[in-house]
Design a protein around this ligand. Structure first.
Ligand code: B12
Length: 218
């Protein structure tokens, strides 16, 4: 199976969407854990593409194309991921990529795995201003709000959202989790976030821990 995951990564590097979606289907039909396909196949490939981009070996249009293929493959994997879940926890999660940031693959992955774990996920999308997040927290009364940021220039927005929640008198009503490649545990502590995770499975673990101390949302 490792060779198939390798072939999936290679298809992403080659920007061969047809092969990538075919292999994703094959892996799922063969019963490979959808989490593995997402993490070891798709996420690792994007990380490597980022490395190649940094090294000047690939260019922006190729990254855009790879991200598109990532989404097509994720759409194949997600139903299997959801089917592998079961219970409903009665806890709502609001997910968003912060203002100014268009990176949403990681946020989508976290959201998908949260759903599988039984959370009711409301995805506000990408480039989401703080006031919209505050509005969603007021309306949906989630247990957790998850903020993704992939650019060093947008990471400070996570602090901005926490401040906006404080100003709206909602900070204590919700747990805030932060993530994204440049985000660290130290940063999370510094801005007073309740949780941080470096990847989707860990995000689920932290979310379950945070939700464990809260009453389910009505
Ligand atoms: C794909 C990509 C893009 C795609 C995004 C497509 C999309 N729909 O998301 C496109 C081409 C649009 C893009 C654009 C840009 N990008 Co870009 N991009 C990347 C790349 C290669 C991969 C990111 C990715 O999807 N990774 C795969 C996912 C699965 O991983 P992830 O996002 O890290 O998420 C995981 C964890 O972080 C965590 N997580 C994520 N979110 C959350 C949230 C919570 C709550 C939790 C708990 C956990 C969590 O769990 C996830 C799953 O395991 C990175 C390289 C990198 N090393 O990250 C550069 C990168 C982030 N981009 C970069 C740059 C510079 C840009 C542009 C400015 C380029 C330009 N000149 O236009 C623009 C910015 C556009 C904007 N305003 O946002 C730089 C940022 C450098 C910096 N210092 O800030 C990077 C690091 C590449 C580089 N050059 O080194 N990019």
């Amino acid at each position: 199976m490792d060779e198939k995951l390798e072939a999936l990564r290679e298809a992403l590097y080659a920007l061969d969407g047809q092969t990538a979606t075919a292999i994703s289907t094959e892996l799922i039909e063969a019963g490979v854990e959808p989490q593995r396909v997402l993490q070891e196949g798709l996420a690792e490939a994007m990380l490597e593409i980022g490395r190649r981009w940094n090294a000047g070996e690939v260019f922006l249009p190729e990254v855009v194309a790879a991200a598109e293929i990532f989404k097509q493959c994720q759409a194949i994997v997600e139903p299997a991921l959801l089917a592998s879940g079961g219970q409903t926890l009665g806890h709502r999660v609001v997910m968003a990529t912060v203002k100014g940031d268009l990176h949403d693959l990681g946020k989508n992955m976290v959201g998908a795995m949260m759903k599988t774990a039984g959370f009711e996920v409301h995805d506000l999308g990408k480039d989401v201003p703080a006031d919209r997040i505050v509005e969603a927290v007021r309306e949906l009364e989630p247990t957790i709000v998850g903020l993704s940021a992939l650019l060093t220039t947008t990471v400070p927005e996570q602090r901005g959202v926490i401040q906006a929640l404080e100003e709206a008198g909602l900070r204590r009503a919700v747990k805030v989790m932060v993530g994204g490649a440049p985000v660290t545990e130290d940063w999370a502590k510094q801005i007073g976030a309740d949780g941080y995770a470096p990847n989707a499975p860990e995000a689920v673990r932290v979310a379950l821990e945070l939700a464990g101390s809260e009453r389910p949302t009505g």
